[in-house]
Design a protein around this ligand. Structure first.
Ligand code: ARG
Length: 465
């Protein structure tokens, strides 16, 4: 018999029952549902709506159910419509009438809105913890590589020399923004929907401030219709996670390229790579490819919730039951990616000589050649042209800029002197870019410091998540 049996004379059709039930996926909300019910019953008792004895029984019963569920002793089957019904039913079986009083002044609509919010907040914090670890690992590698020269690319063409540290710090800056975005999302969802009831609150003298406080929220949400139908925070968290995955995917794409024989800038540890079933020589960067692939999946989750909400009138509609799987899937996916990426980077071998070699070929110092003349008074546009002509000559004669003789240089322009070779030295090219944000050792060290203090301020905060 369903809990809502009163109005119905027929049993529900079995197929409809299974179609309607959400327990097979929303069971994972049980810790939050119990947390919410403990706060709600506490408030009911404090307001004199239920007796203290009933409250005690409810708390004891709920704690037992929590233990049973933590120990996987409860089988979640579609005999329960959802996790909320399941817990209430088990409670009533355990403690009788007191269990039936728990739902006074509450609806599943504000109950589920609360549970999903608590889940989202908690998971967002766990994701922050993983994300900070990734930033930490990348920063550590950057610190060891502030003088490791590599080619910087535009259009995937060798462009100007940078260092491996400079490149990694670009990613830590993206991930730092992801942290801030997720923190903002947590803050924005920090209002409690409990007490909104089905849509129009209740006639009982409930205390929404108290439940909000007990559950760690800043305040109760201001409007009950909004309280039960708001899923903005799901959309927002999934947007944040999509952007985060987009960053992980771009970084993964770099690693995939660096692992190829064409680049050979890095090699993944055997523990973080996979082989081929037929080609014995293969060592594949599957982790990175999966992160790249799973990024599409998280984008899909975001799209799914957006489309689900798009046409919904106020207040609760059953469509909203579809918010959970997308949210759960995105959270699980991101957490998995954040579990594998840090150790993969930590154990990755760098082939610094290959990075340097790649930077030495491809005229990455052609800009510096032009700048050399500009600093001697030639207008940049003319200097650019002369430098381009020298590059063309080098291509023709199979030489690098460093291999051109001074005599030859002077034929291109008389202002060239012996110090041109110093100006063309790759380390000097990097070091002379001292501008804020640039690749010089000092500048990258400043970037590292900034990220390190950002992490330091947060580490303890998310340690318990
Ligand atoms: N399982 C439902 C959900 O996930 C809970 C809310 C049901 N409310 C209702 N009035 N049917 O959205």
């Amino acid at each position: 018999m369903k809990m809502w049996a009163g109005r119905f004379t027929k049993e529900i059709d079995q197929t409809v029952n299974d179609f309607n039930s959400s327990i097979l996926f929303d069971y994972r909300l049980y810790p939050y549902d119990i947390q919410g019910s403990i706060a709600h019953s506490q408030m009911l008792s404090d307001q004199g709506i239920i007796s203290k004895e009933d409250k005690e029984k409810i708390h004891e019963g709920l704690r037992e159910i929590l233990k049973n569920m933590d120990a996987h002793e409860i089988e979640f089957t579609t005999q329960y419509e959802d996790i909320h019904m399941c817990i209430e039913q088990l409670l009533t079986e355990k403690i009788g009438d007191a269990g039936k009083r728990l739902h006074t002044g509450r609806s599943r609509n504000d109950q589920v809105a609360l549970d999903v919010r608590l889940y989202a907040q908690n998971q967002a914090q766990q994701i922050l913890k993983g994300l900070l670890r990734l930033i930490e690992v990348l920063t550590k590698i950057a610190k060891e590589n502030t003088t490791t020269i590599m080619p910087g690319y535009t259009h995937l063409q060798r462009a100007q020399p940078i260092t491996f540290g400079h490149l990694l710090m670009a990613y830590t800056n993206m991930f730092r923004r992801d942290v801030t975005r997720i923190e903002n999302t947590i803050e924005l969802m920090n209002e409690c929907p409990l007490g909104s009831g089905a849509l129009a609150t209740t006639t009982y003298p409930i205390n929404r401030e108290q439940t909000a406080k007990l559950l760690g929220f800043r305040k109760p949400c201001d409007n009950s219709l909004d309280g039960v139908s708001d899923r903005d925070y799901v959309v927002e968290l999934l947007s944040d996670l999509s952007i985060l995955m987009m960053h992980c995917s771009r970084l993964s794409e770099e690693v995939i390229a660096w692992c190829s024989w064409e680049f050979k800038f890095v090699e993944l540890s055997d523990a973080y790579a996979t082989g081929s079933s037929i080609m014995p020589q293969k060592k594949n960067p599957d982790i990175c490819e999966l992160v790249r692939g799973k990024t599409g999946r998280v984008f899909g989750d975001l799209q799914s919730i957006l489309v689900t909400l798009k046409g919904l009138p106020l207040a609760y509609n059953k469509d909203m039951q579809e918010d959970k799987e997308a949210l759960f899937d995105a959270v699980d996916t991101v957490k998995m990616c954040l579990d594998v990426l840090p150790p993969m980077f930590e154990t990755m071998t760098l082939y610094k000589e290959n990075m340097l070699k790649a930077a030495q070929e491809g005229f990455l110092n052609a800009t510096d050649c032009a700048d050399y003349l500009t600093k001697k008074g030639i207008p940049f546009r003319d200097a650019y042209k002369i430098s381009g002509t020298i590059v063309a000559w080098c291509v023709e004669n199979n030489k690098t800029l460093n291999e051109v003789s001074l005599k030859q240089y002077q034929q291109f322009h008389p202002l060239f002197e012996n110090d041109i070779y110093e100006a063309l030295d790759l380390m000097n090219c990097v070091e002379s870019r001292k501008v804020y944000g640039g690749p010089s050792k000092n500048s990258v060290e400043r970037q590292i410091q900034s990220i390190e203090s950002f992490i330091e301020n947060r580490k303890e905060m998310y340690e318990e998540a």
